[in-house]
Design a protein around this ligand. Structure first.
Ligand code: DUC
Ligand code: ZN
Ligand code: ZN
Length: 509
């Protein structure tokens, strides 16, 4: 079988590609796009031919939850922390781990315009340069009529920004129920997806204050301050609101089984509810928060790490049984050995003693580079609980669908961008340990996954047909990544029946 496309047409040709672990074929690429998939495709003299040696080839990862240069907002500046990764260093790390598209966050501080903040992020990205394609979610902390009625319609309809993140916790970010409903009504009208950080802020604040009064402020108390119930209550509220408003919602960074039950019930009833989990909730337990010499701070994130092993096992079940739609990194790195990073939570006294305050430690872990290889290694190869098809859904196809990038991204199909990850043939890959963050390409000074043995790692990453990473080395120049405007949610879900929505329809919501 040959290809109907003339051989001279290919800039790049992948031979013997085991596409998604399903079948072996050749893939022809022209002008950055897949233009042929077939057997024995002919190359011309000019074609760059890459022999995949029957190794698995998957679509480039789409990481829908990445914080880069996330210290631009007035609120972040006031808090005094500096993010470890800029858009440049974070995307360099992404492509080295098989992720070719990232969706970043443009954060509105209260009183500020969302449109201006998105414009600022465009400038930051263009000035700094990116190694991966990128888009932005708009974080809405102040849903004024101007934001909802004037700014978001422009961002969604002509700005390619079709998702918003809403917080139910943090005093400076959280929305009241009334604001939350108004934001969801806007999402519904504009066809945007609402991402929700679901924790009950009052409950977390209450526990935090009690702990502080008792002097229990060391890093391990982070897990006590954020009980599972705080997450499950907020997830229940968010899912209820999503159902009432009939608008697609993604619950981000789900960490406990109680939230999963709520989500599963809504999904069984065909509500437009999607869920995300992250590597830290699959692989790390809360005992890490007790590591000595303040090393527990390395693992502080919200929601916190949970009990080992029950919650971790429950999260794995959600990966297998479809409760989780996407698997994102929530890469949000702060350097450990840095007074503007994790050390903000530790005061050193003149007598050599120290005081730890978990509330002052910036929330977040690095993980954009390890996300894809971790799930391939742990899920497909070690536990063997998912196949390559499910791995691709979680890391690439579903985020692309959910965020309006599919099938340009998240697929190996004719017409898709040639964003491809070539793995090592399994028979020739010796398991390797990540021993230090120096093995990675981000700008953080630690990795939570040090010591973990990887059973495979991307051998080569292509972004729109160009090799950006190969055999441990970055191959492209900074700036190869572009902003990708997005459409509305492309995940299938069932709209409520006509007639149930007379009031909303009458109000043209
Ligand atoms: N939520 C995130 O999604 N990332 C970092 C911190 C947070 O609260
Ligand atoms: Zn969050
Ligand atoms: Zn996040």
């Amino acid at each position: 079988m040959g290809s109907l496309v003339p051989s001279s047409a290919f800039d790049v040709l992948l031979r013997n590609a085991n596409v998604n672990g399903a079948y072996v074929c050749d893939i022809g690429i022209q002008d950055g796009v897949v233009t042929a998939i077939g057997m024995h495709i002919r190359a011309s003299k000019e074609t760059e031919v890459i022999d995949c040696e029957c190794a698995v080839v998957t679509p480039g990862g789409v990481d829908g939850h990445v914080h880069l240069s996330q210290d631009q907002s007035p609120r972040a500046k006031e808090a005094g922390y500096v993010a470890a990764d800029t858009i440049t260093t974070g995307t360099r790390s992404a492509v080295a781990g098989g992720t070719t598209t990232v969706i970043l966050f443009a954060e509105q501080s209260r009183g500020q315009s969302v449109a201006e903040q998105v414009a600022n992020y465009h400038v930051v990205a263009r000035d700094l340069g990116s190694y991966a394609d990128y888009g932005f979610h708009a974080i809405i902390t102040d849903p004024t009529p101007k934001v909802l009625e004037e700014e978001l319609p422009v961002l969604a309809q002509s700005g390619g920004i079709t998702s918003m993140k809403l917080f139910l916790t943090y005093k400076h970010m959280r929305l009241s129920d009334a604001q939350f409903l108004r934001a969801l009504a806007t999402a519904r009208k504009l066809g945007m997806v609402a991402l929700v950080h679901a924790e009950n802020g009052d409950l977390v604040d209450f526990f935090t204050e009690q702990l502080e009064e008792l002097g229990l402020t060391q890093t391990q108390y982070k897990a006590v301050a954020h009980p599972a119930a705080a997450e499950a209550e907020a997830v229940n509220r968010a899912v209820t609101f999503s159902s009432v408003m009939d608008t697609p919602m993604l619950i981000v960074h789900v960490s406990v089984k109680e939230s999963m039950s709520v989500i599963r019930r809504a999904q069984t009833a065909l509500k437009p509810v999607f869920a995300e989990t992250c590597p830290q909730y699959l692989l790390l337990g809360k005992t890490r928060l007790s590591e000595e010499h303040f090393c527990g701070a390395k693992y502080i994130c919200s929601p916190p790490l949970r009990s080992d092993p029950e919650d971790v096992e429950a999260i794995w079940r959600g990966i297998v049984n479809g409760t989780f739609t996407i698997f994102s990194s929530d890469h949000c790195p702060y350097r450990f050995d840095d007074q503007k990073g994790k050390q903000l939570g530790q005061t050193c006294h003149s007598d050599g003693s120290t005081t730890e305050r978990f509330t002052k430690v910036p929330n977040g872990l690095p993980g954009v580079e390890t996300r894809v290889p971790l799930l391939f290694s742990e899920g497909v190869l070690k536990r063997k609980c998912i196949d390559v098809k499910r791995f691709v859904e979680l890391t690439s196809e579903n985020p692309a669908k959910l965020y309006g990038l599919y099938p340009r991204k998240g697929a190996i199909q004719i017409g898709s961008d040639a964003d491809l990850v070539i793995w090592h043939p399994q028979s020739t890959f010796a398991p390797r340990k990540l021993v230090h963050s120096r093995d990675l390409h981000d700008n953080c000074d630690y990795s939570p996954y040090e010591g973990i043995e990887f059973y495979n790692w991307p051998r080569r990453t292509l972004l729109r047909g160009q090799t950006v990473f190969k055999d441990g080395q970055i191959m492209a120049k900074n700036g190869v990544g572009h902003f990708i405007p997005r459409q509305g949610c492309g995940m299938p879900y069932i709209k409520l029946m006509e007639g149930d929505w007379d009031v909303l329809k009458a109000a043209a919501i």
